[in-house]
Structures are given as structure tokens and as C-alpha cells.
Write a protein of this length. Structure first.
Length: 211
């Protein structure tokens, strides 16, 4: 039997777009469904195995070779900084990583407190511009932090902007534009080169066509 190509897919907001793209690239991944609670899907005809994982863990699976490839947001790649190859910008999951704060506050303290799910990105970003901040790590719903006086500002993902708006926050600075990336394990990239190249070529030919 031919060796399988193992691919880690992120549960949550970019799963559907990822599957749509894979289908267009000719991968028969119709069985994959987050709601089924099943986590591993073997596609024998395509010689592929997919599994669903928490987005933050995807670079870890790929670095250790538990997955040959993975799909994950650039925000998570920046935060995790794992030893993997970034192979392709998938052109899906567009959003922005920003610094935001309460709408009506004009003056902030010199030593800002920033709440975020992305402590490493936040520390680096403020360090690079020579500003001292105290970073407070949260695991979600970070928009709460300024309202509850836990922090002065937040660093978070903005997609539609609705969450900021509904919580009386406004964008102050943009840190990065984010899209989903295809990442690869460094050893697999050599050992499974034909399969990986084939998938990259098929994906590249449909990305950005806006179908
Ligand atoms: C993300 C992000 C914002 C929101 C932005 O959170 O952290 O809270 O989506 O989207 P919007 O600009 O379209 O409103 P997510 O839904 O992933 O949940 P979390 O806050 O629990 O991490």
C-alpha cells in the first residue's frame, strides 16, 4: 500500500473554506465533518489522511511530523513560531490582527496593559516600537478586558469588525494582515515530495480565482 499523506485541518472558522478549496483542488474530502465528532478521516482513493485539531496545536503536529501538512492561520504561525515550512498562502480566512481600545478614551497610561490570546506577537510588536507594555494572556472573549478594567487595550483578530463595535471598542493600530497558510513538516517535504508538490500545484491553480 502506498504511504498516506497526513494533513491537519483546523477546527472552527476556517474549516469550511479549507474543505471547499481542497474539493476544488480535486481532493475527495466530502466525508469530513466537524459536527460528526469524528477526528480522523482516511481517504484511501486519494492516499490521504486528514485529522481535525485545535488551530493552535496544528503547528505542533506538523513540526513533530505527526502531520505532513497542516492548514492554519498566519496569526497562529506567528504566535507559535514552530520549525515548519510555510508552503502556500491559501487566500482564505482573511482577517487582521489589531490593537484596539475603548472608543471614548483619549488618554492612556504610559505603561499600557494589553489583554490578548497572542502574548508573543503582542510582546514583540510593542518591543519593536520601543514601548513597554504588560501583556495579560486570555483564552478568548478578550473584548471583555477593557470593559472590566483588566486591561487598557487588546490585541485581537478583527474580521467583520462587529465584535469590536458591539463592545464599544475601536481599532488603533494594525499589526498584520492574516490569511490561512499551508504548512509542511521539513522531513516530509523531502520524503513525500511528489505527493506534496502535486497537492500544492493543484491548490495553487485554483487559489485566487475567486470561484
Ligand atoms: C474572534 C476574535 C474576535 C472576533 C472577531 O473570536 O477573537 O473576538 O472573532 O470577529 P468579527 O470582527 O467578525 O466580529 P472567536 O469568535 O474566534 O472567539 P474567541 O473570542 O472565543 O476566541
Amino acid at each position: 500500500m502506498m504511504e498516506l499523506l497526513t494533513i491537519a485541518l483546523p477546527k472552527g472558522r476556517i474549516l469550511k473554506e479549507s474543505l471547499d478549496l481542497l474539493k476544488k483542488a480535486g481532493v475527495d474530502c466530502y466525508k469530513i465533518d466537524e459536527k460528526s465528532r469524528k477526528l480522523i478521516f482516511v481517504l484511501e482513493k486519494s492516499n490521504m489522511k486528514f485529522f481535525l485539531a485545535k488551530p493552535l496545536d496544528i503547528p505542533t503536529y506538523v513540526e513533530y511530523g505527526a502531520a505532513d501538512l497542516g492548514i492554519v492561520g498566519k496569526d497562529i504561525l506567528m504566535e507559535e513560531s514552530r520549525d515548519v515550512y510555510e508552503l502556500l498562502d491559501m487566500g482564505i480566512g482573511h482577517c487582521r490582527l489589531v490593537v484596539a481600545g475603548p472608543k471614548h478614551i483619549k488618554e492612556y497610561p504610559t505603561n499600557l496593559k494589553i489583554a490578548t490570546k497572542f502574548p508573543r506577537i503582542t510582546e514583540n510588536y510593542f518591543l519593536e516600537s520601543g514601548r513597554q507594555v504588560e501583556v495579560i494572556k486570555l483564552n478568548g472573549s478578550v473584548e471583555l478586558a477593557p470593559m472590566l478594567n483588566l486591561a487598557d487595550k487588546i490585541v485581537d483578530i478583527v474580521s467583520t469588525g462587529v465584535t469590536l463595535e458591539k463592545n464599544n471598542l475601536t481599532e488603533h493600530e494594525q499589526i498584520a494582515e492574516i490569511t490561512a497558510r499551508l504548512i509542511g513538516n521539513k522531513v516530509s517535504f523531502r520524503l513525500k515530495a511528489p505527493m506534496i508538490d502535486n497537492l500544492i500545484n493543484n491548490l495553487s491553480s485554483i487559489i485566487g480565482r475567486g470561484e
